[in-house]
Design a protein around this ligand. Structure first.
Ligand SMILES: [Mg+2]
Length: 216
């Protein structure tokens, strides 16, 4: 066997081995343990801190907010942190439980994100919260946000009844477009889901990591 042929055989064997492995999912318990480790051993906080620091570094030298300059924040797992509630039920999404958490208005703040919120508030930006939460959850949402120090909320956009079946991406990008049509100039959008940031009109995007669920 010549050297080239031997190397090719080894390479193909490795590719075959790994592509075979790729089709098999990780054991669910192991996957959950890795997620818990990520959140509880400091990596989550480090990643959020890096995203927040990068945004502040970007905006500090160039930000100049007029009343039309708006920053759009998602709420769940961007400002308010459901990780321990999710962990309590071994992760997954149970709509009834989620609604109960919202109504309790007791969800803590996501580490570091308050610093970014304070940065934009101090510079006079209009603070807009754009959330997939329902209209009947508004009161509890505001109570929870205020409890965690988010006292300046210029506009809170929740889902109306006619928007309940809309995808998050469609709902959020549509509202950002409406905001811009009304004359707001969105300078940044902050969210934990790709659907918070895609679809246009987001401008500077801050992605908060989320390894517990995906909302499309
Ligand atoms: Mg969210």
């Amino acid at each position: 066997m010549n050297n080239y042929y031997a190397k090719s055989v080894i390479f193909l064997s490795i590719v075959t081995f790994f592509s075979g492995c790729d089709r098999r999912p990780q054991n669910l318990t192991t996957a959950k343990d890795l997620v818990i480790e990520y959140y509880e051993q400091g990596d989550f906080e480090k990643d959020v801190k890096n995203a927040v620091d990068a945004a502040i570094r970007f905006f500090r030298p160039r930000i100049c907010c007029g009343p039309e300059s708006a920053v759009v924040f998602d709420i769940d797992d961007t400002l308010l942190w459901s990780y321990y509630e999710m962990k309590h039920i071994q992760f997954g999404y149970v709509p009834k439980l989620f609604h109960e958490w919202v109504i309790k208005a007791n969800t803590p703040v996501v580490p570091h994100v308050k610093r970014l919120y304070d940065f934009f508030v101090a510079r006079g930006c209009t603070i807009i919260m754009l959330t997939g939460r329902r209209f009947d959850e508004r009161e509890a949402t505001v109570e929870n946000l205020r409890k965690e120090g988010f006292t300046k909320i210029d506009l809170l956009i929740t889902r109306s009844d006619s928007e309940l079946t809309m995808s998050a991406l469609e709902f959020k990008s549509r509202h950002r477009q409406i905001l811009e049509n009304k004359g707001y100039r969105i300078i940044a959008t902050i969210g934990d889901q790709e659907s918070d940031l895609k679809g246009g009109y987001a401008h500077y995007k801050v992605k908060i990591p989320n390894y517990t669920y995906i909302v499309n």
